[in-house]
Design a protein around this ligand. Structure first.
Ligand SMILES: [Ca+2]
Ligand SMILES: [Ca+2]
Length: 80
């Protein structure tokens, strides 16, 4: 008489969480809203922090929205 019906609804939740684990939106990391993500701001997101140099394609030490959008798009491609 044990009920294990909770397993069924848990699966879509896992899938949703998995999808949400993609990179956060630019605005979420740009804490001070100046349109650039600094290293300090990127520190809250380990994946962004680790790849900071790769994302900063113009090497100015900050991530602008275009650089970040390009990186997010490339991640989405590989994740699917
Ligand atoms: Ca900022
Ligand atoms: Ca940059």
């Amino acid at each position: 008489m044990r009920s294990y019906g909770w397993r069924a609804p848990s699966l879509p939740l896992v899938l949703m969480v998995g999808a949400a684990q993609g990179a956060p939106p630019f605005d979420a990391l740009d804490a001070d809203g100046d349109g650039r993500i600094t290293r300090a701001e990127a520190d809250v997101e380990p994946r962004v922090s680790e790849e900071f140099d790769a994302i900063d394609t113009n090497l100015d030490g900050t991530l602008d929205e275009a650089e970040y959008a390009r990186w997010r798009a490339s991640r989405n491609d590989t994740n699917q």
